[in-house]
Design a protein around this ligand. Structure first.
Ligand SMILES: [Ca+2]
Ligand SMILES: [Ca+2]
Length: 363
């Protein structure tokens, strides 16, 4: 693969600005006793007995794409007699708080994945003596059922905000949690199928609760970054072509290739198509015309069928990447529109092509 570093760097800049999603308090739903306490902070519970609260990001995220989230957690000022903790939750519903006390606002939320920061020792749940982190599932706070942990951490009920980062990579099926700059827990597993029965769209939120003992629980996101990190992006469909597409120009992809005489896409074609799918996801108002063309070898009718088959194959591939059918118009023009002479091999190669145009739908 050829690398065009200056263009690649530009491309990276373009991509990062596309996917960084600075979060705002208005992007969250509050439930239970959660209240906004400042520009950047939400108190999930006051330091009072039997309180609970949660916040939920309003937009679902897709676990089939990677992401990173950063926020700050505050688990109160009482170490010896402070309780119960905070849970960072993924759940198909965006407006729920689970049971109070030892449940930390997470217990009972099913199906779910929860990253707990637990500050109260409950013997019957298998809690260690120390404050600890664990990866829980399906609203169960008993460590007998947890996915990973518990991992002991230094006292976190110290009146301070602690930076926390959660990162998910679907390629490696890996979740990692960084607290106070240290990776405290990593988990490898097929979360989408194992927990969410194949449904990759889930909401994320943060829950907290107190019980017979209490602490103030809060999160601040002065520096919260909710970034959808895209997997290694292909660079063939680079700068100018993407720009041209967004301007409505008809663009041919250099690396789009099929098995000879067939509508089966060669694997080398997929990187550019993946990028095209990405571009379409970030411009949901634009539809895509797919124009298939052939050279003049063979009969006109078989060329027409082949070009239609290839356009359809491209549309199928893009649908497999999450682009809805109604946004795609695959057409086959056979040998009708050559762009070069059919008398030379080089000319025929140019004529065998699939071209693309992004356009606004006609109202
Ligand atoms: Ca506990
Ligand atoms: Ca503690």
């Amino acid at each position: 693969m050829k690398h065009h570093y200056p263009l690649f760097l530009l491309f990276c800049l373009f991509m990062s600005s596309l996917f960084a999603q600075p979060a705002d308090i208005s992007d969250f739903r509050l439930d239970g006793e959660a209240i906004v306490t400042g520009d950047n902070c939400i108190q999930l519970t006051p330091d009072r007995e039997w309180a609970s609260g949660s916040i939920w990001y309003k937009e679902a995220i897709d676990l089939s794409a990677p992401f990173e989230m950063e926020l700050k957690v505050m688990l109160g000022c009482k170490d010896r007699d402070g309780a119960d903790g905070i849970v960072f939750v993924f759940h198909p519903y965006a407006h729920r708080t689970g049971y109070q006390g030892e449940g930390m606002g997470f217990a009972g939320l099913e199906p779910s994945l929860g990253i707990e920061i637990d500050t109260w020792l409950n013997d019957h749940l298998g809690d260690p003596y120390e404050d600890h982190i664990a990866l829980l599932r399906d609203g169960q706070v008993n460590h007998r059922f947890n996915l990973k942990g518990p991992v002991a951490i230094p006292n976190i009920e110290d009146c301070r905000q602690h930076p926390m980062k959660v990162a998910w990579s679907p390629a490696g099926n890996q979740l990692s949690i960084v607290l106070d700059g240290k990776t405290v827990l990593t988990y490898k597993g097929d979360i989408i199928n194992k927990i969410f029965k194949g449904n990759s769209k889930v909401y994320w939120g943060v829950t907290a609760a107190t019980g017979a003992f209490n602490n103030r629980h809060a999160i601040c996101f002065e520096k919260l970054e909710f970034t959808k990190v895209e997997e290694a992006a292909p660079i063939e469909l680079k700068g100018k072509k993407a720009e041209g597409l967004l301007k409505g120009e008809i663009i041919t992809l250099d690396n789009l290739q099929f098995e000879s005489g067939s509508a089966i896409l060669l694997p080398s074609s997929k990187a550019e198509l993946d990028y095209l799918a990405l571009l379409m996801k970030h411009h949901p108002g634009l539809n895509l015309d797919i124009f298939g063309h052939t050279d003049n070898v063979g009969s006109a009718s078989s060329n027409q069928r082949l070009s239609q088959g290839r356009s359809d194959a491209v549309a199928d591939y893009l649908m497999g990447k999450g682009i809805p059918r109604h946004r795609l118009s695959p057409k086959g023009f056979g040998e009708l529109y050559p762009i070069a002479s059919n008398d030379t091999p080089g000319g025929r190669l140019k004529n065998r092509r699939v071209a693309f145009r992004l356009s606004k739908p006609i109202p």
